[in-house]
Design a protein around this ligand. Sequence first.
Ligand SMILES: Nc1nc2c(ncn2[C@@H]2O[C@H](COP(=O)(O)OP(=O)(O)O)[C@@H](O)[C@H]2O)c(=O)[nH]1
Ligand SMILES: [Mg+2]
Length: 223
Amino acid sequence: MKINVMTDVLEANDRIAAGNREVFDRHKNLVLNLMSSPGAGKTTLLERTAEALQGKLRLGIIAGDIETTRDKERLDKYDLPVVQLNTGSACHLDANMISSALPHIDLASVDVLVIENVGNLVCPAEFKVGEDFKIMILSVTEGDEKPLKYPLMFRESSLLLVNKIDLLKYTNFGLKEAKANARKINPGIEIIDISCITGEGIAEWTAWLSGCYQKKFGTNSRA
Ligand SMILES: Nc1nc2c(ncn2[C@@H]2O[C@H](COP(=O)(O)OP(=O)(O)O)[C@@H](O)[C@H]2O)c(=O)[nH]1
Ligand SMILES: [Mg+2]
């Protein structure tokens, strides 16, 4: 008899993710699973997002890292519900880890919950956590061929944020090539160029977020 361990693991994960999803839907949370390689700008994007959504949609964050509470410390200044998950050695978050974080966050006070996944361009894309959408960041210092080399994350993501656009002129990153490569893997992927330093594209990104919230709940805000 042959046992496919990975299939079993993913099926078990998907069942827990479906349970998380029910909890999120009951609390009227739009949930995004934010993925990228380490250092692409996930936490910086959340800082800019917290500023931009103030007085509009209420943001909550679960930040995943192998070690440290550094990201939570950066985000705490915005007075948002932020939970830091340390995976110890695991290179991704799974549904069970998210489930264990839920008692520590007041979901009723949250409109948009962003789960900052562990920095890794491969494994996070394999594990559902109960999200409405997977989204990802590729920064211009990483290379425009990355969608072809790491296709799964680009295939699974509804939105690609191309970050650090302010650094474009210092790199050999081909913006057109990167987008063509991403669309080769996932023709329907939406793409927004952003800079978390200059603020370029941040309004477009928050409009995308609000649009998703509106589509799911039929309103711009519960407030
Ligand atoms: N120049 C530039 N640097 C950025 C931008 N976004 C993030 N960074 C920097 O990239 C580094 C990693 O960012 P961080 O948000 O911690 O990445 P994470 O590991 O994906 O959460 C930090 O030094 C940020 O200041 C950007 O748009 N432009
Ligand atoms: Mg981070």
